[in-house]
Design a protein around this ligand. Structure first.
Ligand code: NAD
Ligand code: UD1
Length: 338
């Protein structure tokens, strides 16, 4: 079975993908600088999977170290998660995002070239669609980047495709994630937002623990069924499974492709609050607030390409997403009723 290196492998989506890869018999090396990951993650992964987890503590921009790791571990493919991902921060410090995301990816490509590693799965984002004309969104919809973070994702997608066209890489899959939420059902790994969460689910779970008094619902006057924003939330374990299948596909089928990863179903903010209350028995106080600048009313995926190519479909429900997000956050908060 292939040897896979995960940049950013100790982070939220990387750690869950490691579980999915190990379950399918792959060998996994995590490369992370631990800028946004807990040091205990590799140990927790080893405990959870019973597998040996190789860890390289390094920055993706350190070409020598990355190339050595790729060569020493006979890596067949890289899954590239390592990046900065906060939209607001990217607008406040564009050069930092160009450096970490774009330059970081170029350095990773240099290391891959040195080591002769020719296959890549890349974490992109549905944020590249910006304000879509309509949902469900297909991969050939126009890209309308609205912030620096989205810009870096689009540039990174294009760089990988160029390197396939020019023969430096064999296979690249750009995976455009919609809204990842949830955690492994063991509650041993999950998302750890630093500071006040920007995203809906981490905020809801912190209201549920009592860390925050109420949720602000950003706008109830959108052109959506209940007036609140609609998104395509996807359980991180479904997303993880998709990475494993995308990787197996690209190793067999050289080329460059871009694939949406979503459930295909739009869920409103109010739907999510009610689902969370139903799945966890906790009450989520909320207040309607003004719209958040830069927010889109509604977007959700057409995930049919992923189904056709990878034979993948999201299986977990909104209730699963809420239950597993809550288990993770409750455990961190020392709450034992789950
Ligand atoms: P995360 O912050 O939990 O994981 C990223 C990991 O990369 C962290 O462990 C961090 O320590 C590491 N890292 C960052 N910079 C590094 C560097 N220069 N060298 C080595 N390691 C570095 O984020 P995540 O939510 O797991 O996201 C993973 C990827 O998915 C990112 O590329 C992100 O842009 C993309 N993405 C995330 C979401 C989301 O909602 N979480 C949505 C769409 C796309
Ligand atoms: C945000 C990012 C996007 C990124 C995605 C990752 C912005 C503008 N966009 O998208 O680039 O790829 O996260 O998952 O930051 N909401 C509330 N109250 C809250 C938080 C959110 O009502 O406290 C609402 C939002 O208005 C939105 C929905 O919940 O309608 C989802 O918000 P969020 O989780 O932040 O995701 P996105 O806005 O889709």
């Amino acid at each position: 079975m292939p040897n896979i290196l995960l940049t950013g492998g100790a982070g939220y989506i990387g750690s869950h993908t490691a579980v999915a890869l190990l379950a399918r018999g792959h060998t996994v090396t995590l490369l992370d600088n631990f800028a946004n990951a807990e040091r205990e993650v590799p140990d927790r992964l080893a405990q959870l999977t019973g597998a040996e987890i190789l860890v390289v503590e390094a920055d993706i921009r350190d070409v020598e170290t990355v190339a050595t790791a790729l060569a020493d571990q006979n890596i067949d493919a890289v899954i590239h998660f390592a990046a900065l991902k906060a939209v607001g921060e990217s607008e406040a410090d564009p050069l930092l995002y160009y450096e970490m995301n774009i330059v970081g990816t170029i350095r990773l490509f240099e290391a891959m070239q040195k080591a002769g590693t020719k296959n890549l799965v890349f974490s992109s984002s549905a944020t590249v669609y910006g304000q879509p004309d309509a949902s469900p969104i297909l991969e050939n919809a126009p890209t309308r980047v609205q912030n620096i973070y989205g810009r870096t994702k689009l540039v990174m997608e294009d760089l990988g495709a160029d390197l396939v066209r020019t023969g430096f890489l064999k296979g690249v899959v750009n995976l455009r994630y919609f809204n990842p939420v949830g955690a492994h059902s063991s509650a041993m790994i999950g998302e750890t937002p630093s500071g006040v969460p920007n995203n809906l689910m981490p905020y809801i779970t912190q209201v549920a623990t009592g860390e925050r008094p109420y949720l602000q619902v950003f706008g109830n006057d959108y052109d959506t069924p209940d007036g609140t924003g609609v998104r395509d939330y996807i359980h991180v374990m479904d997303l993880a499974e998709a990475h494993a299948l995308a990787l197996e596909y690209i190793l067999q089928t050289p080329g460059a492709l871009t694939v949406n990863l979503g459930t295909g179903t739009g869920i409103s903010v109010l739907d999510m609050i009610h689902a969370f209350e139903r799945a966890t028995g906790r009450t989520i106080p909320f207040k309607i607030s003004p719209r958040r600048p830069g927010d889109v009313a509604s977007y959700y995926a057409n995930p049919s390409l992923a189904e056709r190519l990878f034979n993948w479909k999201a299986k977990l429900t909104v209730d699963d997403m809420c239950r597993d997000s809550w288990r993770w956050q409750a455990r961190r908060a020392g709450i034992n009723d789950v």
